[in-house]
Ligand binder design. Structure first.
Ligand SMILES: Cc1ncc(COP(=O)(O)O)c(C=O)c1O
Length: 393
């Protein structure tokens, strides 16, 4: 059975993490990891989450199945978070998913089943896992240019002209906020132009929302999706609770959809439920139940928002401190873009040999495309880091 299977390619980021773990240098710095780190390099369970877990432990009286679309209160809380407290929800439906990844996959399966010939347009670059997930769903993939690596900003004109060449009815995958890996987000006016294009060409927006609350704030980060929802008849969103609630391993997220009318919304959710049934039958409960408690218990909700704001504002400070340190070393504003970008990632304009040199000589680990996790920037050692980066430029 297995003799003809090829070796699987090691995941570049996991391999880097492995190498980092084996590095015995005390001053080593991990900028490659894809999760939030606090000032001590830890990813602790949020206090609001811990509290909700205690409540859950005391109150839960059954482990009976939750059903394919999961917890209704959790789904309602996610609709509220993504579309806003005042959103008209009659055309919106949601299903609990196994993290943002699970949502991406079930939504991709749903789309393939209803529009089998459509291609999906994905930003270049994008989160590397988008490619295997969408390939596994059998959707043809095309790329739109997204990032100008020289100018370190969105190449909006190139993006728009690529999307103008899309076939009517194609799908467009958009990072709702905090673009991974570049940290370069569209401005509201640019979102408006993309929404206009989607409307005129009947392009179907597929949002990946993995970092809501890490950019400018929970509501601010959802402005893109809400703008589209006001204008367009249909869209889907793959939302993750991994980062903003720190629930990574609990695999918690939601697949949300906006349909043209309530009957279509119900049918779409019904078909999504069929997709789920044939994949993993039903989602795990713990993370979603915990999230629901956090979002719907006033005191926990307040505590969570404060903790989320703490993570967000720390990343903003880290960005500014790094940009400032690089400004001093380069006597230029070349790295100022880091301070203006959003979320957990940005890219440094470094070559492969510069990245290797930082790793081998200085014990600074970053992904091969120059992506850094700004949460991992060493608060106390920013000067030493900036010196090392300046030395390879
Ligand atoms: C852009 C993007 N989408 C989706 C995900 C998936 O998140 P989850 O861990 O919830 O599956 C990630 C995780 O890193 C991500 O960066």
């Amino acid at each position: 059975m297995f003799e003809s299977l090829p070796e699987s390619k090691p995941d570049a980021i996991l391999a880097l993490m492995e190498r980092f773990r084996g590095d015995t240098r005390a001053h080593k710095v991990d900028l490659g990891v894809g999760i939030y780190k606090d000032a001590n390099g830890n990813t602790p369970v949020l206090a609001a989450v811990k509290q909700a877990e205690k409540l859950l432990l005391e109150s839960q009286d059954t482990k009976a199945y939750v059903g394919p679309i999961g917890s209704r209160p959790f789904c309602d809380a996610m609709i509220n978070q993504v579309f806003g407290a005042n959103a008209k929800t009659d055309r919106i439906r949601a299903a609990q998913s196994t993290g943002g990844t699970g949502a991406l996959r079930i939504l991709a399966d749903l789309i393939k089943s209803t529009r089998p010939d459509a291609a999906i347009w994905v930003s270049d670059p994008t989160w590397p896992n988008h490619v295997p997930i969408l390939n596994a769903a059998g959707i043809e993939m095309k790329h739109y240019p997204y990032y100008d690596a020289q100018k370190c900003e969105v190449s909006f004109d190139a993006m728009m002209s690529a999307l103008k060449s899309a076939t009517d009815g194609d799908i467009v995958l958009l990072h709702g906020c905090c673009h991974n890996p570049t940290g370069a987000d569209l401005l509201l006016d640019q979102w408006q132009q993309v929404a206009d294009l989607c409307e005129s060409k009947s392009l179907f927006p597929f949002f990946d929302m993995a970092y809501q609350g890490f950019g400018d704030g929970l509501d601010e980060d959802a402005a893109s999706i809400r703008l589209f929802a006001d204008k367009l008849p249909e869209l889907v969103v793959a939302a993750s609770c991994s980062k903003n609630l720190g629930l990574y391993r609990e695999r918690t997220g939601a697949a949300l959809l906006l349909a043209a009318d309530t009957a279509q919304a119900d049918r779409a959710l019904g078909q999504l439920s069929v997709v789920i049934r044939s994949n993993y039958s039903m989602p795990p409960d713990h993370g979603a139940n915990t999230t629901n408690l956090v979002m719907t218990t006033d005191s926990l909700n307040k505590q969570w928002r404060e903790e989320l704001e703490g993570m967000r504002s720390r990343m903003v400070r880290q960005r500014s401190a790094f940009a400032e340190a690089m400004r001093k070393r380069t006597n230029s504003d070349k790295f100022d873009y880091i301070a203006h970008q959003k979320g957990m990632f940005s890219r440094l304009p470094l070559s492969t040999s510069q990245i290797e040199s930082l790793r081998d000589v200085n014990g600074i680990y970053l992904v091969g495309d120059g992506r850094i996790n700004v949460a991992g920037l060493p608060e106390e050692n920013m000067d030493a880091l900036a010196d090392a980066i300046a030395s390879v430029l």
